[in-house]
Design a protein around this ligand. Structure first.
Ligand SMILES: [Zn+2]
Length: 192
């Protein structure tokens, strides 16, 4: 999963506005950040196998420390425990939601990955394989991302002019008889 991971961060922000959005963005991708670091260190493994899925050629054949179910639970609990002392989030509920954001990554990866997500260590691998159905995989990503953004925009208040402009409704000409297309057409030229 790619941009779809950000859907839960917008959705969680809409119910827990006290959690910074940047923190939720990091939380939902924490597992992949750790994965990239461990791949660069040679601890977890990926190779290119053209055609291994219809969407991308990544054979993610060894990633027990970031993408096993046990590891995902570990990262989620660790994030929930550390986010309060490190970042000063005040409520336990906020910390739990940050943990849930971290865990959402594994759940969404489960939808799209081929069976390369171990339940623990490097064994009992699962994955529902939507990457082999690119149109469905793309649609799921779009629904997640835009669904989360809609929730966020509906429930939060813009704090600056950029946010207010983004939220401005389109002008409704029909509510103002003087501004309706018919009235504007009747107005003499130069009458402003
Ligand atoms: Zn991932």
């Amino acid at each position: 999963m790619f941009v779809g991971h950000y859907g839960p961060s917008f959705a969680i922000k809409s119910v827990r506005p006290e959690i910074p959005l940047w923190l939720l963005f990091i939380a939902v991708q924490l597992v992949d950040v750790a994965w990239a670091i461990l791949v660069l260190m040679g601890v977890e493994k990926v190779r290119i196998v053209p055609g291994i899925t219809a969407s991308n050629p990544f054979d993610l054949y060894y990633m027990p420390f970031t993408h096993s179910l046990v590891a995902a639970i570990f990262w989620s609990v660790a994030a929930a425990l550390l986010v309060r002392p490190l970042l000063g989030l005040t409520t336990l509920a906020a910390a739990v939601w940050v943990g849930a954001a971290v865990f959402s990554h594994w759940v969404l990866d489960l939808l799209v990955h081929r069976p390369d997500l171990p339940l623990y260590d490097d064994t009992m691998k699962v994955g529902l394989g939507l990457w082999n159905h690119p149109v469905i995989a793309f649609s799921v990503e779009a629904v997640l991302l835009f669904g989360g953004m809609v929730l966020y925009l509906e429930r939060t208040t813009p704090i600056n002019s950029i946010g207010r402009i983004a939220r401005m409704p389109p002008p409704n000409l029909s509510l103002n008889p003087d501004a309706s297309p018919a009235a504007l057409a009747r107005r003499p030229l130069g009458a402003g």
